[in-house]
Design a protein around this ligand. Sequence first.
Ligand code: NAG
Length: 257
Amino acid sequence: MVLFKRPWILALLVSTSWAAKIYLCGDSTMASNGKNGMDGWGNYLTPFVDLSVVNRARGGRSARSYTREGLFNEVAKLVTAGDWVVIEFGHNDGGSVSPSNDNGRTDCPVKPGAGGEKSTCAVNFEGEKVAKTFPAYLQDAGKMFVAKGAKVIMSSQTPNNVYETKKYVYSPSRFGEFAKDAAKAVGPQAFFVDHGLYTAEAYKQINNASIVTNNLFMKGDHTHTTVEGAKLVAKAFAKAVVCAKIPFAEHVKKVSC
Ligand SMILES: *[C@@H]1O[C@H](CO)[C@@H](O)[C@H](O)[C@H]1NC(C)=O
């Protein structure tokens, strides 16, 4: 066929499929921050994976604002078959929302029952009049990536400092459960990874509140990590993938469950 008369086309196809990438969609805990020693974990995943990492996380974003600003769409334009996409939100998704009180980030409340995760609500932010629930944003983004031939990892959000009160406490966020359900709803090309749990476990293993608080989190900040903290959070993601035994585990290096 025409294809085989032009071997360079085959070579191009092969090299394209070899150059699979992993795209990261998230908030400041994942994003490049690079100010005063603060950084997100997305910048430190490279040593643990055998494909190239494209960190598209953006500080301050929720599933809703990442969607409204077209940031999922931008990633969808870049994604090709064989790529992976991580979706990890939650830190900026909470709160209650109404047209008179809308920060542009809070998602609609999830109403339990049939279809509740797909419900919408009235909002009022820079021309946006209708918003969706967190699960709906994740499902829509996930299906868009899968339609492009990518596989999707729905990931639970990173924990805040588990030693904030000196004694270790980890309370998983409801957005982790939503992420798990969203992976199921998207179908067999989507997977859930409990990044929050494995990060909390990594902090626990350090077993020293002052080291975690002073070295791994920014001063007076229970959410944002230092570079050292970001490295721990990235490694915890790799471990969560291997322990979840999802197909992406074949791309993970240096970490076992
Ligand atoms: C925790 O780490 C700090 C800083 O390295 C150290 O001074 C302290 O003794 C450690 N605490 C415990 C209980 O090991």
